[in-house]
Design a protein around this ligand. Structure first.
Ligand code: URA
Length: 256
């Protein structure tokens, strides 16, 4: 890989500023100043320092965010604040994007990454990665929802109807449900609950596969995670186990 490419991929420097830094003698490779932006380096093996600070190599960047309400899950928007606007300047790597969408008023687990392959595996309906939501309901939970969700809720879409994949739902409390979906249609949880005569007042995503939103992560905060942790998203537990875990961990969501 070219030295300037390595530097711009692993820091927040643009390619041009990386070239300027290299030409200015700010970069050493294995102890020697290299002033050639097109010099070839081996990211896994070479020790590369910029202004004396080692630049560790990460093929991709992953941030786990507790998305707040009021920001949109997009990379940029001319009018509204996006989840990328919440990143600190030192974390604004090029090509980051939110992996999947949450509505503007939905809070909870959102992965921000520059790893397109991982995003594809997570979002592709073929992989059926389960996504778990806690919904606060206007009306009390009706035990019949369980069978209706398992059978596949029918949603109206313009002129035609759409049959949802079988989904799971369980009561966490009188007005709080845990929902597990294996697909991600527009406003899907809200529309499924509207289809059974209820209304979602608040929605929070708490888990994707086996990757959970830490209960103590403040809304709007995020932290960097490693590829191995991200892979947890692609493994699943059974719904009963996630229900038990969620009841134990997130009870402050429904018991105020
Ligand atoms: N379902 C919804 O209705 N909204 C979301 O943000 C996610 C799933």
């Amino acid at each position: 890989m070219r030295l300037d490419r390595f530097l711009s991929n692993q820091t927040t420097l643009s390619r041009t500023n990386a070239q300027i830094a290299i030409r200015a003698g700010q970069v050493t490779v294995n102890g020697t100043v290299l002033r050639k932006p097109d010099a070839a380096v081996s990211p896994e093996y070479d020790c590369i320092l910029w202004n004396g600070k080692q630049i560790s190599y990460q093929a991709h960047h992953y941030f786990l965010m507790h998305k707040p309400a009021g920001v949109i899950s997009a990379s940029d928007d001319p009018k509204q604040k996006t989840v990328l606007d919440l990143l600190k300047p030192e974390d604004c790597f090029p090509k980051l994007f939110p992996c999947g969408r949450l509505d503007i008023d939905t809070t909870g687990l959102l992965l921000i990454t520059d790893d397109g392959d991982l995003a594809h595996r997570m979002l592709s309906p073929k992989h059926h990665v389960p996504k778990y939501y806690l919904a606060t309901l206007r009306d009390p939970f009706n035990p019949q929802y369980v069978a209706w969700f398992r059978a596949g809720i029918t949603l109206g879409e313009k002129d035609k109807e759409f049959q949802c994949l079988p989904a799971e739902i369980a009561a966490m409390h009188t007005h709080t449900a845990l929902i597990c979906l294996h697909e991600g249609k527009y406003h899907q949880v809200k529309r499924m609950l509207a289809a059974v005569g209820n209304h979602v007042e608040q929605l929070m995503r708490i888990r994707i596969g086996n990757l959970s939103l830490p209960v103590d992560l403040p809304v709007g905060s995020y932290f960097s995670i490693l590829h191995n942790d991200v892979e947890k998203m692609l493994n699943f537990s059974d719904f009963e186990a996630v229900c038990a875990l969620s009841k134990a961990e997130y009870s402050s969501y429904w018991i105020k």
